[in-house]
Design a protein around this ligand. Structure first.
Ligand code: FPP
Length: 249
């Protein structure tokens, strides 16, 4: 049974709002390709097409922030030819999609260890971010060479350095101080995290930020994902009773 059709708790009262920030763990490109007997690279290419559809659908469905997990810090361990295919695809996307992103009002930011990529890719990232910086319809974060633990460790290290230099009082380090050192500083935490393909794991995605996210797991493979799947996930989210650790009654 898909998450979207499971029985849900009803709390009554007014309709809960749509999620402001949606994170998606895009999974299943490889299985999509295997099911068709085609190379994995074609699965990733079809996955990139799905990405294009879903950014548009998210904007249409009132999502203000969309964070897509495109390449994890652990994905470097894949065979060299697959890493090359994936990074090549993302570089192509960055170079050729910018016009579309601008036209559609999408503000693009890359989160993750961008320094892990070569200078050519870095230049594409900076160019795309600068070109879309003025857009306001939807904020799109693409996580590349991203790992949640590494992100938290980096923020902690920065705070430790500043404390050692006497710039901040260690006793003043609180959750807000740590959150301010994350790549998502200034952004709302994700309300909804979707994972496709039937796997039910977080895989080091937005670990800090996901503290109170609702999770929806959908069995569809990422290349097949579209506007209706996103609508189902948002409908499921709106049926959830979010208490943030408190009680409603
Ligand atoms: C998971 O499928 C998907 C990825 C590791 C890469 C995600 C990349 C894209 C959707 C395409 C490029 C993205 C952009 C932003 C242009 P998998 O290979 O782990 O699939 P499997 O679990 O079925 O093997």
């Amino acid at each position: 049974m898909s998450a979207a059709t499971q029985p849900v708790q009803k709390t009554g009262g007014s309709t809960p709002p749509a999620p402001a920030h949606v994170g998606i763990i895009m999974d299943g490109n490889g299985r999509w390709a295997a099911a068709r007997g085609v190379p994995r690279a074609l699965g990733h290419k079809a996955g990139a097409e799905a990405t294009r559809r879903v950014v548009e659908a998210a904007a249409d469905q009132g999502v203000s922030w969309l964070t897509l997990f495109a390449f994890s810090s652990e994905n470097w361990r894949r065979p060299a030819d697959e890493v090359r295919d994936l990074t090549g695809l993302m570089r192509h996307y960055l170079r050729h999609e910018v016009g579309q992103l601008v036209e559609k009002g999408v503000r693009l930011r890359i989160i993750g260890d961008r320094a892990a990529f070569g200078p050519g890719m870095l230049a594409e990232i900076e160019r795309a971010e600068a070109a879309t910086a003025g857009n306001r319809r939807i904020n799109l974060n693409v996580a590349l060479s991203y790992g949640g633990r590494a992100e938290i460790a980096r923020a902690a290290r920065d705070l430790a350095r500043r404390a050692a230099a006497g710039e901040i009082d260690p006793d003043a380090i609180d959750e807000a101080a740590l959150a301010a050192g994350l790549e998502t500083a200034g952004m709302p935490d994700p309300d909804l995290i979707i994972r496709t393909s039937g796997e039910q794991r977080i895989s080091n995605f937005l670990l800090w930020q996901a503290a109170y996210a609702e999770f929806v797991f959908q069995p569809v493979l990422w290349p097949d994902y579209g506007a209706d799947h996103l609508r189902d996930a948002i409908a499921e989210f709106r049926r959830r009773d979010r208490r943030f650790g408190a009680r409603t009654g």
